[in-house]
Design a protein around this ligand. Structure first.
Ligand code: C2O
Length: 344
């Protein structure tokens, strides 16, 4: 059977690393019952998610304004920026339980739920940001780390005066440092040129060589009653995990912010990282072939999550409703994709 959306009322304290400031990762209790997700109407505008390194100053200002307003919402508003960060903590650090199985964590990493969960999460985050701006076209930028053109940490995130700034990061990895997509704490000594080549071969390997079938790309099946984290899909550990490690502060005790589930969502760059991870799902299907298609197992399609939407209404969403990004009314700005030709 499919995993059912965890009940907010049954949310438990998260399993946090010892010694961290206590935080309640559970979402505010809903005042009304959850509604089932209804896809946006065909006539709704399409949000085109732009590459972060190509943003105009005007766009950056707008994006900053949205994040500033989200941070300024009352602390118990589910749309508050830090409540949004807690969504990640609750779904990843053992706060949410499987329905009817109080001892089984609902965990969204290292299984076929990884891509759909993060797609939904970003979908609502983007709508909340757009609501702050009264702009139904507002689209979340993506950090185009899969291309040499986007291989620096976008400077808007490292501007001290910006709400996009997070102090708990690795300053040694600011631009113009070229990202190492397999970073695991050890600094590479490669030149920029070499690093670009390593990164492009890694992308080729994870998106093409190691992702020939849907099971390899999405990760292992995870059904009601299963133990958490049965196995990650091809891109979850690298580059996904590598980018998290690249951003976090090496001096922080648990790799905060980006390097630990409970704190990752506190860094605004998280959402640009996940925008690009989500774009990889779109690109993978566009590579073509009979095997590069979404999983059709009903336990995948009918798995559900709870999220608060831009009106602070609790919504129950199905994995099967997020597979087509066009139906959700977002697309990605097209940029060159150099790794498709980077066969090692
Ligand atoms: Cu839920 Cu990038 O992790």
């Amino acid at each position: 059977a499919p995993l059912q959306a965890p009940l907010i009322e049954e949310c438990d304290p998260a399993d946090l690393p010892p010694g961290v400031d206590p935080v309640d990762c559970c979402p505010p209790k809903p005042s009304t019952k959850a509604i089932d997700f209804v896809p946006p109407p065909k006539s709704a505008p399409i949000r085109i998610r732009p590459a972060a390194h190509l943003l105009t100053d005007e766009y950056i200002k707008k994006y900053e304004k949205a994040i500033r307003l989200m941070k300024a919402l009352p602390a118990d508003d589910p749309r508050n920026f830090y409540q949004q960060a807690n969504v990640h903590c609750a779904y990843c650090n053992g706060a949410h339980q499987q329905v009817g199985l109080p001892d089984a964590d609902f965990q969204v990493h290292e299984s076929w739920l990884f891509l759909p969960f993060h797609r939904w999460y970003l979908y609502f985050f983007e709508r909340i940001a757009g609501k702050m701006l009264n702009d139904p076209n507002f689209a979340m930028p993506y950090w185009n780390w899969d291309s040499p053109a986007g291989s620096n940490m976008p400077p808007m995130y490292t501007n001290l005066n910006s709400p996009l700034y997070d102090a708990i990061r690795n300053p040694a990895h600011y631009a113009p440092r070229v990202i190492d997509l397999v970073f695991d704490g050890v600094e590479s000594t490669a030149t920029d040129e070499e690093q670009h080549r390593y990164n492009m071969s890694l992308m080729y390997k994870q998106m093409i060589t190691n992702a020939k079938t849907k099971d390899l790309f999405f990760g292992s099946a995870y059904r009601a009653g299963d133990k958490k984290s049965p196995g990650a899909g091809s891109i979850e550990l690298q580059p996904h995990g590598g980018v998290h490690a690249w951003c976090c502060d090496p001096k922080s005790p648990n790799h905060e912010d980006m390097g630990h589930f409970y704190s990752a969502g506190r860094d605004p760059i998280f959402y640009a990282h996940h925008s690009n991870i989500d774009r990889m799902w779109v690109l993978w299907k566009q590579l073509g072939g009979k095997k590069r298609v979404d999983i059709s197992d009903p336990d995948f399609l009918n798995a559900t999550f709870h999220f608060y939407d831009e009106n602070a209404q609790l919504v129950r969403v199905r994995v099967g409703d997020c597979l087509d990004n066009k139906k959700l009314k977002f697309e990605y700005q097209k940029v060159p994709v150099p790794w498709t030709k980077a066969k090692p």
